[in-house]
Design a protein around this ligand. Structure first.
Ligand SMILES: Cc1cc2nc3c(=O)[nH]c(=O)nc-3n(C[C@H](O)[C@H](O)[C@H](O)COP(=O)(O)OP(=O)(O)OC[C@H]3O[C@@H](n4cnc5c(N)ncnc54)[C@H](O)[C@@H]3O)c2cc1C
Length: 282
């Protein structure tokens, strides 16, 4: 149908972003192609070490999934913080990515999880896009919803020595985009079964502190191979705070305040993930 309308048609899933854009005159498509009833795209499954999420899967489905809770906790926590129950019931994770908001909760969790997207073009060819390469600037992703469709989101299932957490600061607990959000995934080296001693690799995704969801790579390097300790976590949080370049914003607070909050939330979220890995939870 997208091919038949040659750039004049656009995919619609939950419509929680697109309907508003259309009402504001920001959507030029003359035809909307509803993908929510195509069979087989609404499942969450584990296959060969990966969790796969179909493009129709909503934030509510993710929040309720035992598989996501066990294998990708950061995504469950992010999904639970999106909007309101009504928004979570229809809004999809794939739509969250294509909308490319710098503080999009689902996108931040996927960035921390190093997810990839299966994107099908009009000829039926599939390309695999790392989510880290999906964002261009606010409202613009590398996926063109007039000519391409995300069919599947794929993320490495976290193992017992790995853990994740999501931290979020907003003006209200519901229906408020984040002032700051942090997704963290850690991999650890364990000498005994129950106690993690060193970080292996760490991924820290932050938003909205840049034009796109963003990885605090210098802070990640601070923790690579480091002993798990409060001083190491505090140092990484400091570096993340220096690395982040939030702007002063009437809605979100001053640059200085937000930078300080990066430090606080990165520390808290890393601590939450560490607490989970030592208890052997995903
Ligand atoms: C009141 C309210 C509160 C909100 N709160 C939050 C919040 O707290 N956190 C947050 O992150 N977001 C929030 N949102 C934004 C929104 O709900 C999410 O971005 C949602 O996940 C978008 O998914 P959707 O299925 O509704 O996408 P749609 O609106 O249907 O589509 C969004 C974009 O994605 C494209 N698209 C959709 N599916 C595909 C696909 N499979 N392949 C290619 N392109 C596709 C569409 O063409 C469009 O460009 C809120 C929105 C509202 C209205």
């Amino acid at each position: 149908m997208l091919a038949a309308h040659d750039g004049q048609a656009q995919i619609i899933a939950g419509g929680t972003d697109l309907v508003l854009q259309s009402q504001r005159g920001q959507c030029m498509a003359r035809v909307m192609v509803d993908i929510t009833r195509i069979p087989g795209l609404d499942t969450i499954e584990e296959r060969e070490g990966y969790v796969t999420i179909g493009c129709q899967v909503t934030h509510a489905q993710i929040a309720a999934s035992p598989l996501i809770a066990a294998r990708a906790k950061v995504l469950q926590e992010a999904a639970l913080s999106v909007g309101t129950p009504q928004i979570r019931n229809v809004g999809t994770l794939a739509g969250n990515v294509v909308s490319a908001q710098p503080g999009a909760d689902g996108s931040l969790a996927l960035l921390a999880l190093d997810a990839t997207l299966d994107v099908v073009d009009l000829a039926g060819n599939t390309r695999r896009v790392p989510v880290a390469e999906a964002f261009v600037r606010p409202d613009v992703s590398t996926i063109d919803p007039r000519r391409e469709m995300i069919t599947l989101i794929r993320l490495p299932a976290l193992a017992a020595h790995q853990a994740s957490a999501y931290g979020r600061m907003a003006k209200r607990r519901a229906s408020a985009l984040p002032v700051l959000a942090v997704g963290v995934v850690i991999s650890t080296e364990q000498k005994t079964k129950s106690i993690a001693q060193r970080f292996g690799w760490v991924r820290i995704a932050l938003g909205p502190v840049a034009l796109t969801p963003y990885r605090a790579r210098r802070a990640e390097e601070v923790l690579r191979g480091a002993a798990i300790s409060s001083p190491a976590i505090e140092q990484a949080a400091q570096v993340a705070s220096q690395e982040a370049q939030p702007r002063s914003s009437v809605l979100r607070g001053s640059r200085e305040y937000r930078q300080e909050m990066v430090r606080v939330y990165v520390r808290r979220t890393l601590e939450a993930a560490v607490g989970r890995v030592t208890r052997d939870e995903g």
